[in-house]
Ligand binder design. Structure first.
Ligand SMILES: C[S@@+](CC[C@H](N)C(=O)[O-])C[C@H]1O[C@@H](n2cnc3c(N)ncnc32)[C@H](O)[C@@H]1O
Length: 225
């Protein structure tokens, strides 16, 4: 994984650091010497192996597993899929599923490049999952409208502004300038006709995981297929 990330950094030519500074902010005194390059990955991807991310995905995999049945593979579209940890967790649970990963910054050739702020979706899915991605999206309502119109269920996680307990500056530093409150997220879901079927708080109460049923497509009913 470390190698894969390093390759990605190099490929993207990501964010070489500005000149080194002393701790008091004065320029460093290493003039003439070549500084080691410090490169950062976007979207906090460098932290993607963190136990809290895995635990969050584990909760989502459990909710999706409830929707699966043995006869027909459940079709999952995972938006902002990152390292596809959801896929691995569903396999470990022996869920019968067909997985497509979408991401603005694919980490693997199997992942389709997709920007939740701009792109439109083809096809239809049983479940659209959005784990840790809505925090980076400019227009959450637009993104949820797009994916829910083509999915029977939506599983999402969200680090709501009122749950996270961070200052605005800290949010900006994390790359989450548009965090909204949980009540605002619930209002969006209601406007889009998404009905909440399950909700779980994770990450010491900082994030909510929601399983919602979409109004657009009929609920999955294996006996009617
Ligand atoms: C915090 S990571 C979460 C990754 C993964 N879902 C997980 O839980 O481990 C956010 C992911 O969303 C992707 N992302 C950020 N903005 C996006 C956008 N506008 N459209 C699609 N993907 C986006 C990033 O590339 C990154 O892989």
């Amino acid at each position: 994984m470390a190698f894969q990330l390093e390759r990605l950094r190099r490929k993207m030519g990501l964010f070489p650091s500005s000149s080194a500074k002393n701790l008091d902010g004065r320029p460093g005194d290493n003039q003439g010497r070549k500084e080691p390059e410090r490169l950062e990955l976007p979207y906090n991807i460098a932290q993607q192996a963190k136990p809290s991310w895995v635990a969050r995905a584990e909760v989502c995999a459990g909710l999706i597993a409830r929707l699966a049945d043995e006869r027909d593979a459940i079709k999952i579209a995972d938006f902002g899929c990152g390292d596809r940890k959801l896929e691995g967790l569903l396999k470990a649970k022996q869920v019968n599923f067909q997985y497509t990963g979408f991401d603005i910054f694919p980490q693997d050739h199997s992942v389709r490049r997709f920007d939740l702020d701009r792109d439109s979706l083809d096809g239809s899915f049983d479940v659209a999952s959005l784990l840790g991605v809505l925090e980076y999206v400019g227009d959450i309502e637009r993104a949820l409208k797009e994916v829910s119109a083509r999915s029977r269920y939506v599983v999402l996680t969200y680090l709501a502004a009122d749950l996270v307990g961070m200052s605005r500056q800290e949010q900006i530093a994390k790359g989450w300038p548009n965090l909204i409150a949980l009540s605002a997220l619930r209002a969006i879901l209601a406007r889009l006709g998404l009905t909440t079927e399950a909700e779980v708080f994770v990450d010491r109460g900082r994030q909510i995981v929601l399983l919602c049923r979409s109004k657009g497509l009929a609920p999955r009913n294996p006996s009617a297929d």
